[in-house]
Design a protein around this ligand. Structure first.
Ligand code: MBD
Ligand code: FE2
Length: 291
């Protein structure tokens, strides 16, 4: 039994209004609800996919992984507890806030809140309409997208996400960053998306390195690239990754971590073999400026 897909993410941000503008005007997500201290955004038929709440950390505050029914939720909760992980059966109030039928929560070894739920809310009666004309984000069984976290202890993180949540290793990249900094990236999948989560042994202040949204049209990546380029907020140029073959760029968010905006990734297929790489990209993905 494993989690089936990354369903939603929450960020704690110092400037909610900046995120409201960023997420709608640059990413093309649709605001679902919000006030001065919080906002929710849609990228498809679901009632929400991204949450921002006012706070000082400017970092990830929670990730929500989806299972398909109550039995699966119970099974994964039991497995986590059998591994000594403290699991909280969340009450109806938080379940209602998340718009789900059932929800448990725990913390990963880095102290990041992980929610596991079933029964998310679909809003087919209120079609997703992108404020920037984005055609559609690639979600569905592949979930929201992916995120990459910097962790101090790869083994502890792998044990939690592989043994605990049931994700599977797709591949490893030995990344040499500028300044000859070496980082080993572990990519983990729980459905056809090549990775819903990657973890990297990198000493960085923020837990979150970036989150990624995948588009169904390549031109939507290009249109967004021009928006980030117009205010010099491209962090890494367009490029194509070695492992998932995603064509993407990285842009700065108002919180200092990056967003990866991509198209055209290949999926993990049955019989997938774990391999390794020395490069993150076939071409491109060059760091820009001081970022
Ligand atoms: C750094 C990096 C390498 C390969 C795929 C990715 O999505 C990524 O962010
Ligand atoms: Fe990525």
């Amino acid at each position: 039994m494993s989690v089936q897909r990354l369903g939603y993410m929450g960020f704690e941000v110092s400037d909610v209004q900046a995120w409201r503008s960023f997420t709608t005007e640059k990413l093309g997500a649709m605001e679902a609800a919000g006030d001065d201290n919080s906002a929710r955004f849609r990228t498809d038929s679901r009632s929400w996919r991204l949450s921002v709440e006012k706070g000082a950390s400017d970092d990830i505050s929670f990730a929500g992984f989806e299972v398909d029914n109550a039995e699966a939720l119970h099974a994964i909760g039991e497995r986590l507890e059998s591994q000594g992980i403290k699991v909280t059966a969340e009450g109806s109030e938080l379940a209602a806030d998340r718009g789900v039928l059932g929800l448990i929560s725990c913390s990963d070894p880095m102290g990041t809140r992980v929610e596991i739920y079933y029964g998310a809310t679909e809003l087919f009666e209120e079609p997703f309409v992108s404020p920037t004309g984005v055609g559609s984000f690639l979600t569905g069984d592949q979930g929201l997208g992916h995120y990459v976290m910097a962790v101090p202890d790869i083994d502890a993180a792998m044990e939690f996400y592989v043994e605990g949540l049931g994700l599977h290793l797709s591949d490893i990249i030995d990344w040499t960053l500028p300044g000859d900094v070496k980082a080993k990236l572990h990519f983990l999948h729980c459905n056809g998306r090549h990775h819903s989560l990657a973890i990297v042994g990198l000493p960085q202040t923020k837990k979150l390195h970036h989150f990624m949204l995948e588009l169904e049209r390549m031109d939507d990546v290009g249109f967004a690239y021009d928006k980030f380029d117009a205010d010099q907020s491209v962090v890494m140029t367009l490029g194509r990754h070695t492992n998932d073959h995603m064509l993407s760029f990285y842009g700065a968010t108002p919180s200092g971590f990056a967003v990866e905006y991509g198209w055209g990734a290949r999926q993990v297929e049955p019989g997938w073999s774990v391999v390794r790489y020395d490069k993150i990209s076939m071409w491109g993905h060059k760091f820009v400026g001081s970022h």
